[in-house]
Design a protein around this ligand. Structure first.
Ligand SMILES: C[S@@+](CC[C@H](N)C(=O)[O-])C[C@H]1O[C@@H](n2cnc3c(N)ncnc32)[C@H](O)[C@@H]1O
Length: 265
């Protein structure tokens, strides 16, 4: 399917979101999951039934003094990933108003299974108005982490507040096995490595691991992908990247590395 046609299909939702950057990237989702474009298209289609809730999230943002929506540029892609992977546990670090959380939760609700485990260390806005030197993901006065997540979605949500350096190990234990992980918290090489190594033992074969803003995290994600022997799948030219944890079948079909190719690394 031509990307232009695909975009038209979900135009109404992207308009409700109020951010053109949220336009779906089918190719990225297909590459990450190994699924065909028709399957991916069907997965995205489900988001159309959440148009009213998405418009409501947008209204909360505007009321909260935030005139943009897509903090993560791929909220619809997160929804489609949940629909395709059908995970029992999704884990994310970094929530802010809850754009990514809401889209994971839309997917879990439609799957009728699974829980979202989120960790967030809130960054409060200092005064009544957001200052130029403050992050737009800081919390407006009187709002709490996840303030834009619709009430009807919260049943499947396990939210822990505090630094992921302290909380993520216990959260990952609680999640058990993880089918989808998103890093969107503190973007430093050391912190990203900590989070990836913390969730690694919990990742199921076929799980997808995502990290946003990797332009700030040096080689941390590349090292993780290399250690797994899998390619990084980048979303366009952005810093949002992902990998798929190899299954036995993928390992068996991968070309064997010779001692000569190993010595080149
Ligand atoms: C980019 S925002 C998350 C946006 C969210 N994923 C979305 O798309 O809607 C980053 C969030 O991570 C939080 N954060 C910063 N350092 C953190 C840490 N060490 N542990 C957990 N969360 C942290 C920030 O306060 C902020 O709420």
């Amino acid at each position: 399917m031509a990307p232009g046609i695909a975009r038209d299909r979900w135009k109404a939702v992207v308009t409700a979101l109020g951010d053109r950057r949220a336009a779906p990237n089918l190719r990225w989702v297909a590459q990450l999951t190994g699924r065909s474009e028709p399957e991916v298209t069907r997965a995205f289609d489900g988001i159309l039934r959440h148009r009213a809730a998405i418009a409501e999230i947008r209204r909360s943002h505007v009321e909260g003094g935030r005139d943009f929506y897509a903090q993560i540029q791929a909220p619809l892609d997160l929804y489609a990933l949940v629909r395709l992977i059908r995970p029992d546990a999704v884990v994310e670090t970094g929530v802010s108003s809850g754009v990514s959380s809401s889209h994971f939760l839309f997917g879990l609700q439609d799957n009728r299974r699974g829980r979202l485990y989120s960790v967030d260390l809130p960054t409060p806005q200092q005064g009544d108005e957001l200052q130029a030197n403050e992050s737009p993901v800081s919390l407006p006065p009187g709002r709490k982490t996840g303030w834009a997540v619709p009430d009807g979605l919260r049943e499947r949500w396990d939210l822990s507040l505090g630094p992921s350096q302290e909380l993520l190990p216990a959260v990952a234990d609680r999640a058990g096995t993880i089918g989808l992980f998103l890093h969107d918290s503190l973007h430093t090489p050391r912190h990203l490595t900590f989070e990836l190594e913390t969730v690694r033992p919990h990742l199921l074969p076929g799980a997808v691991v995502l990290a946003d803003n990797t332009e700030w995290t040096g080689q941390a994600f590349d090292r993780f992908a290399r250690s797994l022997g899998v390619p990084i799948v980048r979303r366009g030219r952005s810093g949002l990247v992902g990998v798929r944890i190899p299954t036995e079948a993928m390992r068996a079909s991968a070309p064997r590395r010779t001692s000569r190719s190993r010595s080149k690394r």
